[in-house]
Design a binder for this molecule. Structure first.
Ligand code: ADP
Ligand code: MG
Length: 467
């Protein structure tokens, strides 16, 4: 019966839509003129209901006559790890007084209008830009003891995305050690080998913003569905999700779906999973399923080869003692290493003069010292709103909702603490308040810090982000 239905459906919709929405359906049984079909997720069911209910009805009545019924069985997503998926018959919640697991086919779609979705799978052609930077590839990711494991795991994943036990592959390491470069390199290589696969590189920060946006616009399901269509999902700097339970939750579901379907997930983080704070346990345990590979500070040999490679690519010559000097003094950050050499190249080509050790000293000094960045009030507002998973406009708004007021007061408190701005100026920048409001905010935060444990935690977390 289902086969015949499919033939009919296939003739009536676009091939891509058929593939996305009907091929994954499994017919389970037919009894009392009711056909039970298994769908992969609740979302999937809702989508069918919303978009294809009429088509399903026609197809089914053609086969079984007017009394035909359809029963959906949803595979529960949170039973990951069980060989046998639990099944849940569709609840009757919004189905009036029909028996719990059955509903008649002629159901009116709850919401026939498309709700301005993030993507409209199957209806429009799905085209996902990979967001990959081709300049970050394996060829120019030099190998050394410090990155050998991560690099070769990355290569293995690129050769067989989803087909190794390195799923997820989590690359972790300090600032400027090549996480982003390696993350892109994996994606670039996969695109090269398997052009038809959908690869997406995205920073955890951008992912979070998109998610918040989707909640605001009431398109959370479309957001999830979009991510579930990807073959290779690369998320950079997942430590950013720390403390963001909404985003973690949605990522958990996307992750499970992808993993279950043999799709590859690549993550980077500035910490090893064991050191990640404020993450849901179930998410951390997923991170540990595959391989965690560390990028360590490059050893001297690697630093020298990175510098020489950079010079070679730019067609610039530089005396060995200068290269040696730079490599010996900048040890823990490849970005700084590159920055220093670029600056030296600029000096020598612009001023047409030999690079001396003195010049190298000056440049290196600048790089080693200048690592501390100024915090601005804008930056503080951004960090505080991200931390509480809201946007800056909400933080600044006039609302009296407690958690928003608290976020705003914290932003004021940190602005007072970490910038030289006056109370009046802080007030005017954070939603046009006056200096008394800022003063009050600072006092409130001080008080809460004494009395409220949770609040003290907020302050600690945020302080780390500013110092
Ligand atoms: P992270 O994301 O860990 O902070 P990035 O990936 O941004 O670090 O790397 C910083 C810079 O160092 C980039 O310009 C990158 O190309 C370069 N880099 C990092 N590792 C290597 C490597 N093994 N070989 C060549 N360049 C590297
Ligand atoms: Mg990075």
């Amino acid at each position: 019966v289902w086969k015949n239905c499919l033939v009919f459906i296939k003739d009536n919709i676009q091939p891509q839509a058929f593939k996305t929405w009907f091929e994954p359906i499994k017919p389970i049984k037919l009894s009392d003129n009711a056909l039970s079909i298994q769908v992969p997720s609740k979302f999937f069911y809702e989508w069918l209901e919303e978009h294809y209910v009429k088509l399903l009805k026609v197809a089914l009545t053609k086969q079984l006559g007017e009394t035909a019924k359809l029963v959906y069985i949803i595979r529960m997503e949170n039973t990951y790890g069980n060989k046998e998926p639990f099944t849940e018959k569709i609840p009757s919640s919004n189905r009036g007084n029909m028996s719990p697991q059955e509903m008649d086919v002629p159901i009116k779609s709850k919401n026939p209008e498309l709700r301005n979705p993030f993507v409209i799978p199957g209806i429009r052609n799905i085209k996902i830009e990979s967001q990959l930077n081709p300049n970050y590839n394996f060829d120019n990711f030099l190998e050394g003891d410090s990155n050998r494991l991560a690099r070769s795991a990355g290569m293995a994943v690129a050769n067989k995305p989803g087909g190794t036990s390195f799923n997820p592959l989590l690359v972790f390491g300090g600032v400027g050690l090549g996480k982003t470069h390696l993350a892109h390199a994996i994606g670039v290589e996969i695109k090269d080998k398997y052009p038809e696969r959908t690869v997406l590189y995205i920073s955890a920060e951008k992912f979070t913003q998109q998610y918040i946006e989707s909640v605001k616009k009431n398109t959370r399901n479309d957001f999830i569905h979009f991510y579930q269509l990807i073959d290779v999902l690369i998320i950079d700097d997942v430590q950013f999700l720390s403390g963001k339970s909404g985003t973690q939750d949605v990522f958990f579901h996307i992750f499970n779906h992808l993993h279950q379907n043999g799709k590859q997930v690549v993550l980077t983080s500035d910490k090893a999973p064991v050191d990640m704070q404020d993450f849901e346990q179930r998410l951390l345990s997923r991170f540990k399923w595959g391989l965690s590979a560390e990028l360590q500070s490059p050893d001297y040999e690697t630093r020298i080869s990175i510098l020489k490679n950079k010079l070679y690519r730019d067609g610039v010559e530089m005396p060995d003692d200068i290269i040696d000097y730079v490599a010996k003094h900048i040890k823990t950050n490849i970005r700084e290493l590159e920055g220093a050499i670029i600056s030296l190249i600029a000096q020598s080509t612009l001023n047409k003069r030999e690079v001396t050790i003195e010049l190298a000293q000056q440049v290196v000094e600048k790089f080693v010292k200048n690592t501390k960045r100024e915090v601005s009030i804008d930056y503080i507002q951004k960090v505080v709103s991200d931390y509480f998973e809201m946007d800056v406009a909400t933080l600044q708004s006039k609302t009296r909702k407690r958690h928003i007021v608290q976020a705003r007061q914290l932003a004021m408190f940190f602005a007072k603490k970490f910038t030289k701005a006056s109370l009046a100026s802080i007030g005017s920048q954070i939603g046009k308040r006056d200096h008394a409001t800022v003063l009050h905010a600072c006092k409130t935060v001080d008080n809460l810090a004494e009395t409220d444990k949770q609040f003290r935690k907020y302050i600690e977390d945020l302080t780390k982000k500013f110092s």
